[in-house]
Design a protein around this ligand. Structure first.
Ligand SMILES: *Cc1c(COP(=O)(O)O)cnc(C)c1O
Length: 389
């Protein structure tokens, strides 16, 4: 039998630092390798497996749609697509949704929307978008430019123009960046890839107020924080702000590919016929999955559970009292452990001990367990982490 790791290495572009595990399948919050071992999942396939792996109802929802059709062109309407859009709008109080396939694509669309909103109202020359240091917004040329980290601004020149970066949670610096050419500000309520950095509530309110005064659109990147991850359906609810546009992807369809940008009434009619599109966007199977995920995750009792389990996880980690744990931070089931150890080494050792974790920034081990994780599984995972720190 061919060695899968060798095959992968030979034929798949080596753009990822692959872990030493070939995943065969999963069930709930457990992952099974082709080595026959069981792993506790504190990574959710990078925050996508909202309901864990292979949930029975989820499989049914997808299968039912597959028996009808696996793809419908966007020149036609289709029930799961319209219903998912309705659900997102009803639950958020927003006006309209555009469906793509990924986070980067969602952010690209949001950027196009913001620039056209400004062009329609103010004409050329007002197209700059402010983002924040340590942010992450995607891997396309434009969303790399939007990403406020120098390491992402190499090799692929020329990048899309019109982005500038402001330090996170710094009011003075932000004000000085608010020049006449700015049309939008894009931000994460909690910077996921950048290190699980939580925005100050005060700063979020300041941001919203200053932008609103100047008719600068607020784009909230909820790709990692959205769909229940932080204990509310959308993270911006925790910060008492209402951005003009927000973007979704990762957890939205529970592991099926989908991205979306969602616009408030103020800017929901800016993009018109022929101005945006995506062949695969709004895939009916993904949307059927999304409808199933949202029906479960949006229940207030479910979100309360996420919050409670998140607090439990954070408390347990703090109680370990380990010297190599410098800080435990986050919200809901989005948790960062700032450490004096090398995060990549912690994740490798965790895997050897039967636990999947993620890293973020330079010095953070990031935990994004499925939202359905049990207290028992949290205990098991923390026990393994206790040995590593
Ligand atoms: C993952 C992520 C993206 C990019 O999503 P892709 O689906 O990988 O394109 C963008 N923004 C944030 C905050 C993310 O976490």
């Amino acid at each position: 039998m061919a060695n899968i790791k060798e095959l992968d290495k030979q034929y798949v572009m080596n753009t990822y630092g692959r872990q030493n595990l070939t995943i065969e399948r999963g069930r709930g919050c457990k992952i099974y390798g082709d080595d026959g071992k069981e792993y506790i999942d504190f990574g959710s396939g990078i925050g996508t497996l909202s309901l864990g792996t292979a949930d029975e109802g989820y499989i049914q929802a997808i299968t039912n749609q597959l028996y009808k059709s696996q793809h419908v062109s966007n020149y036609f309407t289709c029930e799961p697509v319209a219903k998912l859009a309705e659900k997102i709008c009803t639950l958020s109080g927003y006006d309209k949704v555009f469906f793509g396939n990924s986070g980067a694509e969602a952010n690209e669309g949001a950027i196009k929307l913001a620039r056209k909103y400004s062009f329609d109202k103010y004409g050329k020359g007002r197209s700059t978008i402010i983002t924040f240091n340590s942010s992450f917004h995607g891997r396309t040329i434009t969303t790399l430019a939007a990403t406020g980290q120098d390491v992402f601004h190499n090799f692929f020149f020329p990048f899309t123009e019109g982005f500038k970066y402001s330090p996170y949670n710094d009011k003075e610096a932000f004000l000085s960046n608010l020049t006449d050419d700015v049309c939008a500000v894009m931000f994460e309520c909690i910077q996921g890839e950048g290190g699980v950095n939580v925005m100050d509530k005060d700063f979020a309110l300041f941001l919203a107020e200053e932008c609103h005064k100047r008719d600068i659109l607020l784009i909230c990147d909820e790709i990692q924080t959205g769909i229940g991850r932080t204990g509310t359906l959308f993270a911006f609810e925790n910060f008492c702000i209402k951005p003009d546009i927000f973007t979704l992807a990762k957890g939205l369809c529970g592991g099926m590919p989908c991205g979306a940008f969602v616009a408030s009434e103020k800017c929901s009619s800016v993009l018109t016929k022929g101005q945006h599109g995506s062949t695969f966007g709004g895939n009916p199977v993904s949307c059927a999955a999304g409808n199933y995920v949202l029906d479960i995750v949006s229940a207030p009792s479910f979100l309360e559970e996420v919050k409670a389990k998140g607090e439990y996880l954070v408390q347990k980690l703090r109680e370990l009292g380990k010297e190599t744990i410098l800080e435990v931070r986050g919200m809901g089931l989005m948790v960062g452990i700032k450490t004096s150890l090398v995060p990549g080494e912690v994740s490798t050792k965790a895997l050897e001990n039967g636990l999947i974790v993620l890293t973020a920034g330079k010095d953070v081990v990031r935990l994004l367990p499925p939202l359905v994780i049990s207290y028992e599984e949290i205990d098991e995972g923390v026990e393994i982490l206790a040995q590593l720190f």
